[in-house]
Design a protein around this ligand. Structure first.
Ligand code: 6PG
Length: 620
């Protein structure tokens, strides 16, 4: 592309020849009326151009089905280029032949039989909106050099860079390469600790034969096509900032950094704001699915600038898991750190789902079931409560080490990497009662006091399940009850954050990208995709209301039986407490208000006065 006289046809033909792909001159595709209009000396307007640009777009799409092609077209405006690249945003490459007005006028004047008035050329320069994402070529170079430069950018350079070859980074590299993308991989060099990590990794897998391996940051960045797409798979936290600083001197305007770690969403916004004035796009994305998901298809939750997303969309969507309709479990979530926010909530919901499974397994154990029997019970729930976490928990209970079950040998202290902590903080900051997430988080913290638990256990006698009177059906129903409340709370947190930050998040679409690839995929999540098409509040959906009503008696029985039998059941209990709270018409908060007014003159509002007036009473 470029203004008339920049040398498009010459360079285009040479390039097509060099790449051995077809060449098309856009001007040959004008419809009759455009040709007639131009022949009568009139300029085409945007309406005249629309159909023609769409024809060229169709041509490009068709040719991409084969080996691609070179099309030359002035494509002066961004809007024209948007039409030309519709549906092929990532597979189309722009080469901008750039020259000055003087340079081009002299060239035109030197051409035999070619005339263009200065005014007309000037108007082309006025119209020209320089492309941001293009291979920019200085037309004063010789055609040979120009072709060499374009070819180097197009052919030799990688389309996508992966920075950080930990477990997730490696799996994503293999996933990208398996999908036919040309990638560059980077891992730092640390003497004696991390040496030749990228090279060794490349040599391990045949699918990486075309991938490039680096431990030199500058060579890595220079191996990438511009605008560069670099995905960071490094530890969340300060490391991300150090890596950004290391990369910055090597980057150019419009390059894109994608942070695929579990970063704090507020940090993502700060990094986005820091990089924006430098012309660097920053996409924060949640990636869920663990090592296997990253390799075979994770759920991906990117956010930031939509334009930048469109530039990396093809990579992320191709490597992501697919939903039941074959659509990618990857979507543009929204602005700023919204992708990382929803990943954080995903993890909060994950904590609760895990905790609930731990709690119901404990009740099953108290009923006398051994790990194999617990596995059988959990497996029998798959029809009604199908989920990935239920499936892996079933497998966990079956795993033996020698004569004993492995699960019996694992130290009962739960670790965490901080996302559940952040979700709890975020919900407190936003004033949203995500009580189950807090409960699951604090259960992990309680578990961590192993030594104190052992010590205090000696001081308190417990019944410990001796008189437990519940059926496995009731336990399943209690579990299902708590899961609905968990999903209510998780999506409530997302919806409130979205409203507060004007992110305009689409809950149904979020549920959809969580139906596969991620840790909390389940049949309930499938149902929520439809539920959220009509409401933001799942407890207003008739089917879910009925389910909650049907399950509640079992939930009450299981929780009360657990309390009577001294079995710790924090998340299951909280699910009932929360539902009771959120469905209570008159809460006990009037007492709190009276107390606040009593000791601090904080005032209160009255039920018998809806004027919003504040009252204070002299309580003595
Ligand atoms: C996922 C997981 C993943 C990871 C978390 C768990 O969606 O793939 O959530 O992100 O398992 O790091 O965090 P904790 O270590 O806090 O349990």
């Amino acid at each position: 592309m470029g203004v008339s006289g920049c040398g498009k046809s010459t360079i285009g033909k040479l390039l097509a020849q060099e790449l051995n792909i077809p060449f098309f001159d856009g001007d040959d595709f004008h419809p009759k009326n455009n040709i007639a209009k131009m022949s009568s000396g009139k300029a085409l307007n945007d309406d005249d151009r629309l159909g023609w640009l769409q024809t060229l777009n169709k041509l490009a799409i068709k040719q991409l089905g084969d080996k691609g092609c070179v099309i030359v077209c002035s494509a002066l405006k961004e809007s024209y280029r948007n039409i030309l690249k519709t549906n092929i945003e990532c597979s189309s490459k722009w080469v901008f032949l750039n020259g000055s007005f003087k340079q081009i006028r002299e060239r035109i004047n030197a051409r035999k039989g070619h005339f263009m008035s200065s005014d007309l050329l000037k108007s082309q320069f006025d119209t020209l909106e320089e492309p941001k994402n293009s291979i920019e070529i200085d037309i004063s170079l010789s055609p040979g050099k120009i072709i060499k430069k374009i070819k180097k950018e197009l052919m030799n350079n990688s389309e996508f860079g992966l920075f950080g070859l930990g477990v997730m980074g490696k799996s994503l590299c293999r996933n990208l390469a398996n999908n036919g993308f040309k990638i560059s991989m980077f891992n730092r060099h640390v003497d004696g600790v991390e040496e030749d990590v990228a090279k060794d990794f490349k040599n391990q897998y045949s699918e990486l034969s075309e991938a490039e391996a680096y431990d030199d940051i500058s060579a890595f960045v220079n191996s990438l096509q511009q605008p560069r797409r670099i995905m960071l798979m490094v530890n969340a936290g300060k490391t991300i900032d150090y890596v950004i600083e290391d990369l910055l001197p090597h980057l150019s305007e419009n390059d894109i950094i994608i942070d695929g770690g579990n970063s704090n969403y507020k940090k993502t916004k700060e990094r986005f704001d820091y990089l924006k004035p430098k012309g660097i796009h920053f996409i924060g994305t949640g990636v869920s699915g663990g090592e296997e998901g990253a390799l075979k298809g994770p759920s991906i939750m990117p956010s930031g600038d939509l334009d930048a997303y469109n530039n990396v969309k093809i990579f992320l969507e191709t490597i992501s898991a697919k939903d039941k309709n074959g659509k990618p479990c990857c979507t543009y979530v929204g602005p700023e750190g919204s992708g990382q926010f929803i990943k954080m909530v995903h993890n909060g919901v994950e904590y609760v789902e895990m905790q609930l499974l731990a709690e119901v397994s404990t009740i099953l154990e108290s009923l006398g079931q051994n790990p194999d029997e617990i596995a059988n019970t959990l497996e029998s729930w798959q029809d009604e409560a199908s989920s990935y976490l239920l499936e892996i928990t079933t497998n966990i209970f079956r795993k033996k080490e020698g004569d004993d079950w492995l699960v019996n040998k694992i130290l009962d202290k739960a670790g965490n990497k901080g996302t559940g902590n952040w979700t709890t903080i975020a919900s407190a900051e936003l004033g949203v009662p995500s009580t189950l997430i807090a409960s699951a988080l604090f259960s992990r913290y309680i578990s961590f006091y192993k030594e104190e638990r052992v010590e205090l256990n000696k001081n308190f006698e417990t019944v410990n399940g001796a008189e437990l009177n519940v059926t496995t059906k009731e336990i399943l129903e209690a579990y299902q009850f708590a899961r609905i409340v968990n999903h209510y709370q998780g999506f409530k947190l997302i919806s409130e954050a979205s409203n507060k930050s004007s992110w305009n998040l689409n809950l149904s679409e979020i549920a959809r990208i969580w139906t596969n690839g991620c840790i909390i995929r389940s049949s309930l999540m499938e149902d929520l995709v439809e539920v959220f098409k009509n409401t933001d509040n799942i407890l207003t959906n008739l089917e879910l209301i009925n389910l909650v009503k049907n399950y509640k008696p079992s939930a009450k029985k299981v929780v009360s039986q657990s309390i009577i039998n001294d079995i710790s059941m924090p998340a299951l209990s909280e699910s009932i407490q929360f539902l009771n709270g959120i469905t209570t018409e008159y809460a006990s908060a009037n007492i709190i208000q009276a107390q606040r007014d009593y000791f601090g003159a904080h005032t209160y509002k009255r039920l018998d006065d809806d004027s919003d007036k504040s009252y204070h009473t002299n309580w003595n």
